[in-house]
Design a protein around this ligand. Structure first.
Ligand code: GLP
Length: 245
């Protein structure tokens, strides 16, 4: 695991954007795995700005998102479909049919998990996956205790995750209890992974990731078993980890 320590959230976002743009230049039809949450917002702003200023094109790029809430209409303000459209897709030249997000409205959850796995395989696998990290070390919506063998599936959200994400909803009751997420094994199939973290609220999760053991109690620790992971984090997120810049 390579760790890039930066000073600020902006620097984290810029650094990640440069790596993605480089990947797109090398492979214009790359499959990019995308994440939601507050963390990648700055990265998406950088990609949009670069698209406008330098013309980086997404016409052949395919994207797959990690997860979606279960039961929220696709056009709900809090669905990850809406998040991706508003924060990235509508500002770049990617054809909508090349963007993929698990279907949180499915009546056949198991079939949807398999459909999504088959879809990713059909695209040739994920070339570069972007990840955030939850306070409890979750990646995607894979909560502590998730098997490292897991594939795309329906999961129940930890109460702490629902609380952390409640800031986007009107009330705690409105936060869905379940989600559909790529599993740990699905994420680990990605050829390259970039994990982003910013702020002191992520310091314990990063301490556990970098200095702790590999254990299913800490989903992100699975990444230590992958040989092409870059962690880009600011100094607050790395404040409990003893590394030089
Ligand atoms: C959600 C998402 C994760 C994300 C995490 C952290 O639960 N499913 O993919 O990494 O939240 O979010 P934030 O970046 O807002 O801290």
């Amino acid at each position: 695991m390579k760790i890039i320590k930066v000073d600020t959230y902006e620097e984290m976002s810029f650094t990640a954007a440069q790596l993605i743009i480089q990947k797109i230049q090398e492979k214009p039809n790359a499959v990019i795995g995308l994440a939601t949450g507050s963390t990648p917002l700055g990265l998406y702003k950088e990609l949009i700005q670069d698209h406008h200023n330098n013309g980086t094109s997404y016409k052949q790029i395919r994207t797959v998102n990690l997860d979606e809430y279960l039961g929220l209409p696709t056009d709900d303000q809090n669905s990850y479909h809406t998040f991706m459209k508003e924060n990235l897709f509508q500002h770049i030249d990617i054809p909508e049919e090349q963007t993929h997000i698990p279907n949180g409205q499915t009546e056949h959850p198991e079939a949807e998990g398999q459909r999504y796995e088959d879809l990713i395989q059909g695209l040739g696998g994920v070339d570069l996956q972007i990840l955030g990290i939850g306070h409890n070390g979750h990646i995607g919506f894979n909560e502590p205790g998730t098997s490292f063998d897991s594939r795309t599936k329906i999961v129940e959200l930890a109460n702490s995750t629902r609380k952390a994400n409640a800031r986007f909803f009107e009330s705690m009751q409105d936060v869905p209890s379940h989600a559909i997420t790529m599993g740990i094994a699905s994420i680990m199939d990605s050829k390259e992974i970039i994990l982003l973290a910013s702020g002191t609220s992520k310091a314990e999760a990063l301490q556990q990731l970098i200095m702790g053991e590999v254990t299913e109690d800490s989903p992100a620790s699975s990444l230590k078993l992958h040989d092409n992971v870059i962690v880009i984090a600011d100094k607050e997120a790395l404040s409990l980890v003893d590394i030089e810049k």
